[in-house]
Design a protein around this ligand. Structure first.
Ligand code: ADP
Length: 164
């Protein structure tokens, strides 16, 4: 059984992430979407909210599980008996960081291979940070995130504004 892990912050999940999830699910028996418990940066969406948004966006994909992890990815992969770590590559700027990360993880867990899926051209510029910025300024995010979660993101922004 080929178990793959796709780790990330998913703050929030975007169409770029979803594209990688669809493609990774096709090449693995089980795909674990591992939501990072961010310790150093403060996410816009809580862990529970990020999981809820991923659940909504991935409805219908059979062989996925959504989990959280907070320690070393290499240890988490071992614990889950995963032999693949999926990462998405957008531009050359992602490469240096991703290469270093893959090599470090390989050293810590030689059983797990990092597999890079290159972004589909239409999503190459999509990233969670811009989605957060656009949403907070009231812009249209519908080209960047799955339709099912657009209203949730808008609602979150209104909540944020009311709490200021
Ligand atoms: P972001 O960088 O958007 O905040 P994450 O930290 O959650 O996203 O990234 C998790 C993984 O998804 C990383 O491997 C990242 O390169 C990949 N990824 C993010 N956005 C895209 C995209 N538009 N196309 C392909 N891969 C992506």
């Amino acid at each position: 059984m080929k178990i793959a892990i796709y780790p990330g912050s998913f703050d929030p999940i975007t169409l770029g992430h979803l594209d990688i999830i669809h493609r990774a699910a096709r090449i693995s028996d089980k795909l674990i979407i591992a939501v990072l418990i961010n310790s150093d940066k403060k996410p816009m969406f809580s862990l529970e909210e990020r999981i809820e948004l991923i659940k909504k966006a991935t409805k219908g994909i059979e062989n996925i599980e959504i989990e959280t992890y907070g320690g070393l990815l290499a240890d988490y992969a071992r614990e889950k008996k995963a032999t693949f770590i999926i990462r998405g590559l957008r531009a050359v700027t992602d490469f240096e960081f991703e290469l270093q990360l893959a090599q470090t993880n390989k050293k810590l867990n030689p059983e797990a291979e990092t597999v890079f899926l290159t972004t589909s051209v239409e999503y190459s510029y999509v990233c969670s940070k811009y989605v957060r910025d656009i949403a907070r300024f009231g812009g249209d995010i519908s080209a960047f995130v799955p339709g099912e979660i657009v209203d949730d993101i808008k609602r979150k922004c209104i909540e944020e504004r009311n709490n200021q």
